[in-house]
Design a protein around this ligand. Structure first.
Ligand code: GDP
Length: 295
C-alpha cells in the first residue's frame, strides 16, 4: 500500500535524519520534497501546499532546529498532520435505527456490491445484528445476481424484486420486509453508472429522500486518484452523505484519495476495502494509515 509515496517521503526526510548540522534551508528543502511526493501521489496541489505550510509553522513554533533529534520531530509533525488531514479519530456508522437503514452510493465498478456484502458480514459477526441486503439495481439483472451470490457467501438474506422497476418502492418494501422479519440492519445496494450522470444522481437522490437512511455511504475506488475526489464532491453535493468507503487499497494505489478526500468533502472515511474476499474490510483509522504511509 502506498509504496511509492512511502519511499518518496522517506527520501524527503533523509537529510534531516542524518547527523550533520540541520538548517532552516534543510527543513524547507525537505518539506518541498514532501509536497512533491504528495502531489505525485495525486493529492491536490493546494492541499499539499497547505499541508507543508502547516507543518513548517509547527516546526518553527516548536523550534525544531534546537531539539535533540530534529529529523524525528519533523517525521512526527508530518505524521500528526497527515492523521489530522485524514480525519483525526476513526468514526463509526450510525446503527441507531430499528432497522438501521444504510444506503450505498457510488459509480459502477467502485465496489458497492462487494462492500455491501463485506459490511453485512462485518455486522453479522457482531452477533446482535441481523442484516438484510437489498438489491436495488433495476437495470442490470447481473447486479442482482451478484448480490445474491455475495449474500450466500456471507450467509445473509438478500431481498430483491426482479420485475419491479422502481428502486424507491423496492427500498420501502424491503424496509417493511425487514421489520416483519426481525432484521435490524438494512443495507441497500443501488445502481451505479460508469460516470456521473443526471439520471443516476436523480435516482439515488430520490431513494435518499424517500427512505431517509440513518447512514448514507459513498463508495469509491482508491485507484482512481483525483477522479475519486471529484466524484465524491459531486455525490456529496447531492446526497450530503455521512461517510466514505475507500476500496481497492490492496492495489497499486498512489494514496491521494485516502489523503485528500476528507479535506475536500469534510466527511470521514469510515471503512476501507483491501481485497475481493468478504473479510477484506477494515475500519479506517487515520493514525494507522499515517503510520503506514510514513513506512
Ligand atoms: P459495483 O459495481 O460498485 O457494485 O462494484 P463491485 O462490487 O461489482 O466491484 C467491482 C470489482 O472490484 C469486482 O471485481 C470486485 O471483486 C472488485 N473489488 C471490490 N472491492 C475490492 C477491493 O477492496 N479490492 C480489490 N482488489 N478488488 C475489489
Amino acid at each position: 500500500m502506498f509504496d511509492n509515496l512511502s519511499d518518496k517521503l522517506d527520501s524527503a526526510f533523509h537529510v534531516l535524519k542524518g547527523h550533520g548540522q540541520i538548517t532552516e534551508i534543510n527543513v524547507a528543502e525537505s518539506l518541498k520534497e514532501v509536497r512533491r511526493a504528495l502531489v505525485d501521489a495525486d493529492v491536490n496541489y493546494k492541499i499539499a501546499k497547505e499541508f507543508t505550510n502547516t507543518v513548517k509553522e509547527k516546526a518553527l513554533g516548536q523550534n525544531v532546529l534546537n531539539t535533540l533529534k530534529p529529523g524525528q520531530l519533523m517525521v512526527k509533525l508530518v505524521k500528526d498532520e497527515l492523521t489530522e488531514l485524514m480525519g483525526g479519530e476513526a468514526e463509526g456508522i450510525n446503527l441507531s435505527g430499528n432497522p438501521s437503514v444504510i444506503l450505498m452510493s457510488g459509480l459502477q465498478g467502485s465496489g458497492k456490491t462487494t462492500f455491501s456484502g463485506k459490511l453485512a458480514n462485518f455486522l453479522k459477526n457482531k452477533k446482535t445484528k441481523k442484516p438484510l441486503l437489498v438489491a436495488c439495481d433495476v437495470y442490470r439483472p447481473a447486479a442482482i445476481n451478484q448480490l445474491h451470490v455475495v449474500g450466500e457467501q456471507v450467509g445473509v438474506e438478500v431481498y430483491s424484486d426482479e420485475g419491479n422497476q422502481d428502486p424507491v418502492a423496492i427500498s420501502r418494501d424491503a424496509i417493511a420486509y425487514a421489520k416483519d422479519n426481525g432484521h435490524n440492519v438494512v443495507i441497500i445496494d443501488t445502481a451505479g453508472r460508469l460516470a456521473v450522470d443526471e439520471a443516476m444522481m436523480t435516482e439515488i437522490s430520490n431513494i435518499h429522500q424517500a427512505i431517509e437512511p440513518h447512514e448514507t455511504l459513498f463508495v469509491v475506488d482508491s485507484m482512481t486518484g483525483q477522479d475519486a475526489v471529484n466524484t465524491a464532491k459531486t455525490f456529496n453535493e447531492r446526497l450530503n452523505f455521512d461517510g466514505v468507503i475507500l476500496t481497492k487499497l490492496d492495489g497499486d494505489t498512489r494514496g491521494g484519495a485516502a489523503i485528500s478526500i476528507k479535506s475536500v468533502v469534510n466527511k470521514p472515511i469510515k471503512f476501507i476495502g483491501t481485497g475481493e474476499k468478504m473479510d477484506a474490510i477494515d475500519i479506517f483509522y487515520p493514525s494507522r494509515m499515517a503510520d503506514r504511509i510514513l513506512g
